[in-house]
Design a protein around this ligand. Sequence first.
Ligand SMILES: Nc1ncnc2c1ncn2[C@@H]1O[C@H](COP(=O)(O)OP(=O)(O)OP(=O)(O)O)[C@@H](O)[C@H]1O
Ligand SMILES: [Mg+2]
Length: 259
Amino acid sequence: MLIARNVSVSLSRRPVLHGVDFTARPGEVTAIVGPNGSGKTTLLRALSGDLHFSGEARLNGQPVDGTPPWKMAALRAVLAQATQVGFPFTVLEVVRLGLTASAGRETDPRAALARVGLAGYEARLFPELSGGEQARVHLARVLVQLGAATGPDGPRWLFLDEPVAALDIGHQLQVMQLVHDFARQGGGVIAVMHDLNLTAQFAASTALMAGGRLVGQGPTETVLTDDALSSAYRCPIRLNRAPENGRWFLPQMAGLLPV
Ligand SMILES: Nc1ncnc2c1ncn2[C@@H]1O[C@H](COP(=O)(O)OP(=O)(O)OP(=O)(O)O)[C@@H](O)[C@H]1O
Ligand SMILES: [Mg+2]
């Protein structure tokens, strides 16, 4: 479990997160959604132990603020919103960086590349890849860092900041299926998302943020409502149910245009 209580963060002396209570369970994908600047990245960085905060957060019972980095690296991997690689590393070298943090885990870097649809890219230079290809290389790197979804210390956790933002629709589905499988195998997944359709399809739980606060959290269907979304995003949003599976989805733009 990830349990956080009263998490607050100030950046450059500006209060950015205000007393957030947040819970995530292993075995399912938990999404964090909300408008630009609402605090999603800041919350993810605090919960993953990358950013100092006031309040309390425990991952599998361990305090995330105060557990040594090498121990955190065995428990969770973080895919940042933007990761620069300034040197002409090959794709395989970038993925192998995950091994240095992993304390010798079991995932083969080549197999991880194949899982994100990049078999055969091993010798390519990372800076010469497209944006979406680079994003999937970084996902392979964090998969290599974690290895299996569970270990002797319990579930392992993926912290993903907009994992599909740079991807086409086919690769979005491939990556969401991959992280969903990781959760089904017993791991934990916390993913910042802008695509509400993918959120409705893959996340069992969702946290909705606005203005540095959590304005809703729970089963995705109960959090993603017309009123809550319209208020958080400050635009009219109407959800429909997909006839095939009863899941929520956003109608086409025509349904979103202000009258
Ligand atoms: N280093 C910083 N110093 C001061 N303010 C910051 C700093 N980093 C972020 N902020 C502010 O904190 C707020 C939350 O930023 P955050 O990156 O968490 O938003 P976000 O919800 O992830 O947005 P996006 O959807 O655009 O990625 C924003 O108003 C941002 O301007
Ligand atoms: Mg962000």
